[in-house]
Design a protein around this ligand. Structure first.
Ligand SMILES: [Zn+2]
Length: 479
């Protein structure tokens, strides 16, 4: 039997606020356990929540970027369940009246663009964190410690339509969403720190069948790569069960990266198990049109539009343009540099090549470097003028980054490219005199000997000889 995989994703994105969803406690990552807590976020009797306006604003901003409709009136609801990380005995979330509904996002999967529907975006608070001693989950742990710092952190839950058809699409969708949310500055989208989390509903159905198969929910996928691996493994498990004539149990499953398998955690709850009801302590969210319009204006040019513009305006290829727009400061750096040096493709090459490699190695962002657009522009102009070879320029670039000195000072210290014929001919004469055997080989017809001799010229000039000119002069000297 041929099966089709159906996946819907629930992304929990932490809103980039200073404080929690319903109280003024800080949400700083990495604080001392239970240091950022108060009566509201620890569920003390008589404490009252107040919604964080900034979190609502960021939720609306994200929803607009995802082409959703902002509901004129949405309400908070209590989702009731017991767990030690949830001191109130319920989570404040949104249920039948979410903040926003009915959007979409386009994803590029291996060169093909696909539109994924967004069912809804709603706001809710995060639970606290349990630290399981001796195991990575509560089962098998010797004891579990609770830290309420994270309890009450504002989250945007973004629910997709079941439009995703493969593990790869699921990973690309999540990455696209992460990039978008980061770009519009509503979430820093760091999966490894938990500021972006992803749960996946997976089911299989025979190709051609309309009804969905029974789904399972997969949790604990902590990177884009893990999403792809986990869902491939879950897809395979479904297929094996179905092939043997078995039935899939609707349940929540835990993915282990170590074994690359999923295992059952608990049977999947139905909505009625949570006994949702409207939160009586919070008023409805009723954003007026003026506010929504202001937020829409603040979005600016979205990454997919900007990427297309960079391609059209500067002749960049899709890959370079993608690297640039998914790092907003890098894209801004690019555009600022092109105002001073107009060969966009050359600027993009340097930024997505040398500079990006450096940033990755040092785990830094472009904003943290001493390199600024005028310096990169100056460097590129020196290459065009012949003052620096590409190779020398790379060395100068690293020195600019590491010392913060000006390009011209570094060139003055380490020397420009040698393009003076007289000076080059002196070096060439020395190389010819020192390598009589290789010279004889070349004259005897061994073309490759020339490469060696050029190499010697570069070595003797400490990399400063203009390579094209050295090559030409050497040939002339040898005939
Ligand atoms: Zn608090």
């Amino acid at each position: 039997m041929n099966y089709e995989t159906v996946i819907g994703l629930e992304i929990h994105a932490q809103a980039l606020t200073q404080s929690k969803m319903f109280c003024a406690c800080s949400i700083k990552f990495g604080s001392e356990p239970n240091s950022n807590i108060c009566p509201v976020c620890t569920g003390q009797p008589g404490s009252l929540p107040v919604a964080n306006k900034k979190a609502i604003e960021l939720g609306i901003k994200a929803a607009l970027a995802l082409n959703c409709k902002i509901e004129p009136s949405s309400i908070f609801a209590r989702k009731n369940y017991f767990y030690p990380d949830l001191p109130k005995g319920y989570q404040i979330s949104q249920y039948d009246k979410p903040l926003a509904t009915g959007g979409w996002v386009d994803i590029d999967v291996d060169g093909v663009t696909k539109r994924i529907g967004i069912t809804r975006l709603h706001l809710e608070e995060d639970a606290g964190k349990l630290v399981h001693v001796g195991a990575d989950r509560i089962m098998g742990a010797e004891e579990s410690l609770v830290d309420y710092n994270r309890g009450g952190t504002p989250l945007m839950e973004i629910v997709s339509e079941p439009d995703i058809r493969s593990a790869r699409e699921a990973a690309v969708y999540t990455e696209t969403l992460a990039n978008l949310l980061r770009y519009i500055e509503v979430c820093d989208a760091k999966m490894e720190e938990g500021s972006l989390r992803c749960d996946a509903n997976v089911s299989l159905r025979p190709v051609g069948q309309k009804e969905f198969g029974t789904k399972t929910e997969v949790k604990n996928m902590n990177s884009f790569k893990a999403i792809e691996k986990a869902l491939l493994s879950e897809e395979k498990r479904h297929e094996e069960v179905l092939e043997e004539g078995g039935k899939i149990t609707q349940e929540t499953r835990f993915y282990s990266e170590e074994t690359n398998t999923t295992s059952g955690m608990r049977s999947k709850e139905e909505a009625h198990d949570y006994r949702y009801f409207p939160e009586p302590d919070l008023p409805p969210i009723e954003p007026d049109d003026k506010w929504i319009e202001e937020i829409r204006q603040s979005l600016g040019e979205l990454p997919q539009k900007r990427r297309q513009r960079l391609i059209d305006q500067f002749g960049l290829n899709t890959e370079s343009a993608s690297i640039l727009v998914y790092d907003k400061p890098l894209a801004n750096f690019f555009e600022d540099t092109t105002k001073l040096y107009d060969k966009g493709a050359v600027v993009a090459n340097w930024l997505t090549g040398e500079v990006t490699a450096y940033l990755k190695e040092k785990k830094k962002t472009i904003e943290e470097l001493d390199l600024k657009p005028p310096q990169l522009a100056e460097l590129l102009k020196l290459i065009d003028e012949g003052t620096l070879s590409g190779k020398l320029a790379k060395g100068v670039l690293v020195k600019v980054i590491e010392t913060g000195k000006q390009v011209k000072d570094i060139v003055a210290e380490s020397g420009a490219q040698i393009s003076d014929q007289g000076e080059l001919n002196k070096i060439i004469a020395e190389v010819i005199a020192n390598n009589t055997k290789v010279v004889a080989d070349y004259k005897g017809g061994k073309e490759t000997a020339l490469t060696f001799l050029v190499g010697q010229v570069m070595k003797l000039s400490k990399g400063r000889a203009n390579p094209a000119l050295a090559n030409q002069l050497l040939k002339e000297a040898l005939t």
